[in-house]
Ligand binder design. Structure first.
Ligand code: GDP
Ligand code: MG
Length: 446
């Protein structure tokens, strides 16, 4: 997914004028990448409107880095999608908090109630667990085991088949015993059948919880919206917990759960152990989802390199029809500086990544080390040129190749490669010039 987003942001680098079409194309690519992470298609329009409203030309300051603005706008809009702007329920000290957990069987409820109890136990609460799942065989034993492991009292009755009776008597008992966080685990079954939903509604009406937590498995993908909406149609979901983020799923479906319930995500589960519960943070969740961490790291790296400051003449000459042999030497030095990491070059928006890729292919492909080795050979050849030859803006005539080969100790074929590469770079410079709007400097373009 990260790559899809990086490609999309890469478009910003080659499209110099940020018109609606460019922004649309970028959003479309970002959307495609999000779809692959199970983000619901209905977000396309929402996201587009959001990004566009943030990119109102009237609001953009003169001289602002537009590429950065688009990137930020997209990330901010995505964060809004997982953050409904409602403060999540927090149990209060000095009163009895009743929290009911709902969700499909297997989503991780019984595991998560224990994690939740432990989390608040450490914050000084006195939690108690109630097993109102009378449907699943062994549900009581599972909760009993979990509760024992975390040393939290529990309530349940193996022979009682009515969840309402258990929930009601359990909550009342724990209230009398002065537990201040009473957590009720309920049945999930396999489908969100009418029976399940009605039972859940009745339990909620009986115990009147302060919060209802919907537990969702991150791998459910595109069905997240319908599932969350079905639960929401019967009870007022106040919080969402997404589980199993330690697996393959990135949890894009979580965005849909938020939209369907209009409730905040409070925690993420990322393991089977009872400590594997993280407080939800919208921006780091989005960063993981779209690989923005990579993007930011890359931007930092590029800025740190200060390519245009290191080789200003090379860049100006490249687009100004004055690209000479000496400039090519500067370019190879620059590539060497960056560290020939093709994966990273791919991520660099604008011309540099393409140049490197062309260089790689034109000189016979291979690994980064192969390319680095060839660049070193190229530099040796360039170093055996006379100052006059270095100033040339055209490939040298072939009769000079043998002399250069001898002088540098390189095979003739290498000299030929070098000249081919030169032509290619000069041509690319001209292509770049054509797409450059007047008034934009070479530095801005890179
Ligand atoms: P319930 O049917 O909703 O009560 O789900 P359970 O709590 O019984 O969990 C179903 C399975 O998912 C169990 O094997 C749990 O250990 C596992 N599980 C729950 N949460 C997580 C999680 O965050 N990560 C992983 N890897 N497994 C989890
Ligand atoms: Mg269970």
């Amino acid at each position: 997914l990260g790559k899809g987003i990086v490609d999309a942001f890469g478009k910003l680098g080659t499209n110099l004028i940020l018109d609606d079409k460019t922004i649309d194309a970028v959003i479309r690519d970002v959307t495609m990448a999000l779809l692959k992470a199970d983000v619901n298609a209905s977000y396309v329009q929402k996201l587009r409107d959001e990004v566009k409203s943030q990119l109102d030309p009237k609001k953009i300051a003169e001289g602002a880095n537009k590429r950065d603005l688009v990137r930020q706008a997209i990330i901010q809009s995505l964060i809004k999608l997982v953050d409904p702007g409602i403060p999540p329920f927090q149990p209060k000290k000095g009163k009895t908090n009743v929290v009911m957990f709902v969700g499909l069987q297997g989503s991780g409820k019984t595991t998560t109630v224990a994690k939740y109890a432990r989390y608040y136990q450490r914050k000084g609460f006195k939690p108690a667990l109630i097993c109102a799942d009378t449907f699943r065989a062994g549900a009581f034993e599972q909760l009993q085991q979990n509760a024992t492991k975390i040393k939290v009292p529990f309530w349940g009755k193996k022979d009682e088949t009515d969840p309402l009776v258990i929930a009601e008597t359990g909550v009342n008992f724990m209230k009398q015993e002065k537990f201040d966080l009473i957590i009720v685990d309920t049945s999930g079954r396999h489908k969100q059948s009418a029976d399940l939903l009605n039972e859940m509604e009745q339990v909620a009406n009986t115990i009147k919880p302060d919060d209802i937590v919907l537990v969702m498995d991150s791998s459910i993908g595109q069905s997240a919206y319908d599932q969350a909406a079905a639960f929401r149609s019967k009870v007022k979901i106040g919080s969402v917990i997404i589980t199993k983020l330690d697996g393959h799923a990135k949890g894009g479906g979580a965005l849909a759960a938020v939209a369907a319930t209009n409730s905040p995500i409070t925690f993420l589960g990322d393991g089977e152990g009872f400590d594997a519960l993280r407080v939800f943070n919208p921006s780091s969740f989005i960063s993981t989802l779209i690989g923005a961490g990579d993007i930011n790291a890359l931007v930092d790296k590029i800025e740190g390199l200060n390519i245009t400051k290191k080789a200003p003449d090379m860049i100006t000459n490249l687009v100004g029809d004055k690209f000479c042999m000496k400039d090519m030497r500067s370019m190879f030095e620059m590539f060497e500086d960056i560290g020939p990491v093709s994966q990273m070059m791919e991520m660099i928006p604008g011309g540099m990544g393409r140049m490197y890729e062309n260089l790689r292919q034109q000189t016979g492909g291979g690994s980064d080390e192969d390319v680095a080795g060839r660049m070193r050979k190229f530099v040796t050849i360039l170093d055996s040129m006379t100052p006059k030859e270095l100033a040339m803006t055209k490939p040298l005539p072939p009769e000079r190749y043998p002399r250069l080969a001898r002088g540098s100790g390189q095979p003739l074929g290498m000299v030929e490669y070098l000249m081919q590469s030169f032509k290619l770079f000069a041509k690319m410079g001209q292509q770049m010039k054509q797409i450059m709007p007047s008034g934009l400097s070479a530095e801005e373009m890179m």
